[in-house]
Structure formats: C-alpha cells, structure tokens
Design a protein around this ligand. Structure first.
Ligand code: FMN
Length: 442
C-alpha cells in the first residue's frame, strides 16, 4: 500500500499527508451523511508522492509484441486484427453467411450459459488436459481447419501448426489451406495434425490428396459435410473479394493504409493450396472443383474403408445425422454449422450438443464449434458434453494481429481463461466438467 493516496476504500492506510485526526473527520462526515468533499481538508499535492505514482513502463519487444501484450481477450485481438489487415481480408475471416444470424445465435447461446460452481474445493492445481482421439491434448481445444490462412498473415498455417505443437494441441489443415500437407508436416514435425477434406467431384484427385495426407503423417481425416455448395458470404460480394486479392482501384486505396500486409503478400511465396500443387483458376472454379453436391453417406463409408487412421465428420447438425455417420464408421463428429458461414439460420451447435451426445453415446467422440471467443465458452461446451471444442476465428484474429506471436497470444489467452473458469467453478479436472456444471438460461 506504499504511497497510495487516500480513497474511499483505504481510509487511514496511506502515509505522508494523511494526518492524525483526518480519519475521524472523514468517518464523521460519512456518519452524518454529509458529502466527504465538504469536510475533508485539502492541500497541495507533494511532488515526492506524485513521483511515486509515475512508473513509466519499460518498453520490451517491438510494436507487435507490445500490441499483443496489451490484448487481454480474444475480442481485443479481433480489434487489433481489424486495424491491421485490409478490410476485405478481415471481413472474409470475421464474416458469416447471409444475414449472419447463425453466427449471432451461436454467440448468444454462449452468452446464455449459466455456470453452477461449487465452493470450498481445492483448486490450487487444475488439469485442463483431456484425451482427443485416443491421445493427450493439453486443453479440450482443437485449432480448426481454415481456408486461405496465409492471406491473413504470410506466416499462415505453419505458424498455427507450430503454436499447436508447442501448446500440445491438435491442428487441422484445410483442403483450402494455403500450405501443402508436406510443408505443414515439415514445419511442425512433432505436432498432432488432422487433414480436413472436402469430398471432391473429381474422386481420383480426392484420393490423391488423401494419400498425400497419409504419407505426411496426418493422424486423422476430417470430412466436412456442411458444404455441398459455398454459403452466401455477402461481405465478400460487397467487398469484391477475390483470391488472390486483385489490385483494383479500391484495393489500392485500401493498400495505402495497410502497406505492410501488401508488402508481405507481394514479397513472399505465392499462395499455394494444400490440395493442389498449383492452381491457376479462379476461386469460383476452385470451389466448384472441391465441393461435391452429390456426396452421400456412402462416401463416408467408402472413405472409412480406404483411410487407415481416425475419421472425423465435421458439420453434423442433428442427432439423427450424427448417429448415421457414426454407423457409417466415423470415430468422432463435430457439431458445427461452419461458424455460421454456410446455412444461415442453422441449428445452434451448443443447443444441439446434448442430443447428439445422447445419440452417439460412447461410440464416438463429440466436438462442437462456432462462436467460441472465450475460455469460459470452452468450459461450458465441455460441461454440456463436448469432448473438445474447435476454434477458427479466435486464432485467426491473433494471426492477423501479429502472425505466429498473435496465434500464441490467442492460445495463451484461451488457456488462462479455461484454467481460471475451472478454478472459479470449483473443478480441478476436465472429468469433473459434467452437465451439472452449466446450463443454458431460457
Ligand atoms: C476464415 C475461415 C475459413 C474456414 N475454412 C474452412 C475450411 O476450409 N474447411 C472447413 O472444414 N472449415 C472451415 N472453416 C470453419 C472452421 O473449421 C470452424 O468450423 C469455424 O471457424 C468455427 O467457428 P469459429 O470461427 O467461430 O470458431 C473456416 C472458418 C473460417 C473463419
């Protein structure tokens, strides 16, 4: 308490000008209900007291380090990201489909969570680790597959994979990722990696990419099934967003405000897609090539026969479909509406979760995603039955805000929030996160 000025909460604890008799006068003014300012004697502040309050912060690291260190939450990282990258890139990442109702509802569901804590439990040490597909994960968290990641920052997927490796988490590389499976494996050889697959119209090309993922040591295939066609991303339409970004008059004007991002784009390796060694077509052609509107359950069963590793089906939105894909051989399902980027007004994953968990029982693991921006969201989803939670935007905001360091900051923030929420809930391990610990308010 050294050197603090007297205030309403620390009567009598400071030194110096707080003189005998002041305390009695201060209290009597409270007792009589009078205004404190009316009776407390004032004086001229002394420089010696003032100077103790001035503590210039030592500048450590570069501007990015300092910006990231000041971010206390994922929304803080989002705000830094918004200022750092061109608007079209931020909107591509942050946006959702249609009127973005699916995404908003996912967020609202997390806001409706009410925790049920127990007190007087020993939570001096908490263990937030769990088992995901038979191996340890340091947190009940998976870094979700996201397309075009090198657009957000040239450090792209390899940086996300390195952070995941360091943190003991799984990372999923997208078919639409901008790093090849081989390059990703080389970037984080000790990390756990899953390969996300869209069923291609061209089955032969699809099989080739699956084979490349297998050879590069990807332990699981994540088949995304909520994408028979691309969702209507209206922000992208309005921004005239293309991949690679086109230098139109408007983007050049915007580039003047984000020269660093454009410099990085133009002076580093051209974007390469995970699945296609070289791609000369437009984004529309790419989407047409990799999305298969005629995919059925038989494709899941076929993949199950060919793929020797674990099979995860991502984008399941009902208990009935979850049961069907598990019957077809899935080891895990992700209750997901693609972060609200596909069908607008889709079911809310957190609300679907308990029914899906009930439907598949212990035959498969159940994960959930969409709108997770806080470690408390992760804890709530686990309590409501998820084995783990996937995050996309949360780490992409970090990536846009500061490359690999930003991704690491995002994971640190989430990890600290998960541990603190568990402690405040009175639970020391993930096994204690049962449905009794969280409910959704009406
Ligand atoms: C920019 C971006 C790109 C994405 N690309 C893919 C993708 O290529 N394949 C896929 O299965 N899911 C993709 N997703 C969905 C994520 O895997 C995940 O389901 C979603 O991000 C979860 O919601 P959240 O971003 O609110 O955490 C993408 C999400 C974002 C934000």
């Amino acid at each position: 308490m050294r050197g603090r000025l007297p205030g309403a909460n620390d009567v009598g604890v400071s030194r110096g000008a707080w003189r005998a008799g002041d305390r009695e006068r201060h209290l009597s003014s409270h007792r009589s209900g009078g205004r404190v300012g009316a009776v407390v004697e004032r004086r001229v502040p002394r420089w010696s007291e003032f100077s103790e309050l001035i503590r210039p912060r030592r500048l450590t690291g570069d501007a990015t380090d300092r910006r990231l260190a000041r971010a206390a939450t994922i929304p803080d990282l989002r705000e830094i990201a918004r200022r750092t990258v061109p608007r079209a890139v931020f909107d591509y990442t942050d946006g959702a489909a249609g009127a973005e109702i699916s995404y908003r509802r996912s967020r609202e569901a997390f806001e409706r969570v009410e925790f049920c804590p127990s007190v007087l439990r020993d939570v001096s040490a908490v263990d937030p680790s769990t088992s995901v597909l038979g191996a340890r994960s340091a947190l009940p968290l998976v870094l979700a597959p996201t397309g075009f990641t090198r657009l957000m920052h040239t450090e792209g997927e390899p940086s996300v994979a390195r952070v995941a490796e360091q943190a003991g988490l799984v990372y999923g590389l997208s078919t639409m990722g901008t790093t090849s499976p081989e390059a990703l494996a080389a970037a984080a050889p000790g990390g756990r990696r899953w390969f996300q697959l869209y069923l291609w119209r061209d089955r032969e090309a699809s099989e080739q990419v699956v084979e490349r993922a297998r050879a590069a040591g990807f332990e699981a295939l994540v088949l995304t099934v909520d994408t028979p066609v691309a969702g209507p991303r209206l922000r992208d339409v309005r921004n005239g967003f293309t991949i690679p970004p086109a230098l139109t008059l408007r983007t050049v004007a915007n580039a003047a405000r984000h020269p660093r991002w454009w410099l990085d784009l133009l002076t580093t390796e051209p974007l390469e897609f995970a699945a296609l060694s070289s791609w000369g077509g437009t984004i529309g052609e790419l989407v047409d090539k990799v999305f298969e509107p005629a995919a059925t359950l038989a494709d899941v069963a076929g993949l199950r026969e060919r793929w020797p590793g674990k099979l995860v089906v991502k984008g399941v939105q009902s208990a009935e479909d979850a049961r069907a894909v598990v019957d077809a051989g899935a080891d895990a399902v992700v209750v997901s509406n693609h972060g609200g980027r596909q069908l607008d007004r889709a079911p809310v994953p957190l609300e679907q979760l308990p029914a899906v968990v009930h439907a598949v029982g212990d035959r498969a693991e159940v994960y959930v995603d969409g709108g997770v921006l806080d470690g408390g969201d992760v804890v709530a989803a686990v309590a409501l039955g998820a084995r783990a939670v996937l995050v996309g935007r949360a780490y992409l905001y970090g990536l846009m805000a500061g490359g690999e360091r930003g991704v690491a900051r995002a994971v640190d923030i989430l990890a600290a929030e998960i541990a603190r929420t568990m402690q405040l809930l009175g639970v020391a391990s993930v096994a204690e996160l049962t449905p009794q610990r969280a409910r959704l308010r009406a």
